[in-house]
Ligand binder design. Structure first.
Ligand SMILES: *[C@@H]1O[C@H](CO)[C@@H](O)[C@H](O)[C@H]1NC(C)=O
Ligand SMILES: *[C@@H]1O[C@H](CO)[C@@H](O)[C@H](O)[C@H]1NC(C)=O
Length: 252
């Protein structure tokens, strides 16, 4: 009876130890993609044939950032092992249709090859149907989407429910990606907030800048400084003048 109990315990211990050893070796899909595609919901295949062997304690991750104007989207995608993060799926709609769209999806998981998402149909499809249903407003905006810089930005009519033009850049780094995106188009988002203030997407770091905005802000700032100093100088000059006048008035 006692011996039997001991054997059970030993078996449990051995099973426990072997699952521990198995858990230490994790394989994940590995790959990156950066590009612009028409109709990504139906054309993009995210499967990677490459395999990465992870260090102890790692997870698999797959992360994608999609920036779209109409049916065209810039895709920045990465799959790899990851030593940061906890098992979770995160889906964020940073900017929604109509107008410019920014969406991110990231999946951290702990089973072998669990970062195996193939398509984007359920992430991206909802965007297109929404866009088609709307008419256009009288507003027109320069519109473009490019890796690096836009070569041209034709002025296009804006869909209903958009009321301003956006112009900005996203610098995406880490996660084996190092790219700059230029984006122009119609939107209803206010300010330089296409990412809605989210700058970490899975392993990716995203820096958003809107050059026109910051340049004009700087102009106003330095103008104000100049104004202040000139007023201050004028006051000093006046005081000096009064002092001189006062001095000469009280003189002989
Ligand atoms: C994506 O590519 C993989 C292999 O490259 C293939 O097995 C799979 O069927 C493709 N998926 C789609 C939806 O085309
Ligand atoms: C779009 O805007 C136009 C002009 O403002 C308006 O006539 C039209 O009804 C709107 N369409 C929708 C679907 O809201």
């Amino acid at each position: 009876m006692g011996a039997c109990h001991f054997q059970d315990l030993l078996l449990l211990f051995l099973v426990g130890a072997s699952t521990l050893i198995m858990a230490q070796k994790l394989f994940c899909q590995k790959g990156t993609f950066v590009g612009i595609q028409e109709d990504p919901a139906n054309t993009f295949n995210w499967t990677s044939e490459k395999v990465e062997t992870c260090d102890n304690g790692a997870l698999c991750q797959e992360t994608i950032l999609l920036i779209g104007t109409g049916t065209k989207a810039a895709i920045l995608a990465t799959k790899s092992c990851s030593l940061d993060g906890t098992p979770a799926i995160t889906f964020i709609q940073h900017a929604a249709a109509p107008g410019l769209i920014a969406i991110s999806y990231s999946n951290y998981c702990e089973d072998p090859f669990c970062n195996n998402r193939e398509g984007l149909y359920d992430i991206w499809r909802t965007q297109e149907t929404e866009e088609e249903a709307k008419g256009t407003t009288g507003l027109r905006c320069p519109t473009c989407l490019a890796l690096g810089s836009c070569l041209s930005a034709p002025s296009l009519a804006c869909p209903n429910d958009t009321d301003r033009c956006y112009q900005g850049k996203l610098e995406v780094s880490e996660g084996n990606i190092n790219s700059v995106l230029e984006i122009k188009g119609c939107t209803s988002i206010i300010g330089c907030r296409l990412m809605a203030g989210v700058f970490k997407v899975g392993p990716l770091w995203v820096k958003e800048t809107c050059p026109f905005r910051s340049i004009s802000a700087r102009k106003v700032d330095s103008g104000a400084t100049w104004f202040h100093t000139s007023v201050w100088k004028l006051k000093l000059l006046l005081m000096l003048l009064l002092f001189v006048l006062g001095g000469s008035a009280s003189g002989p």
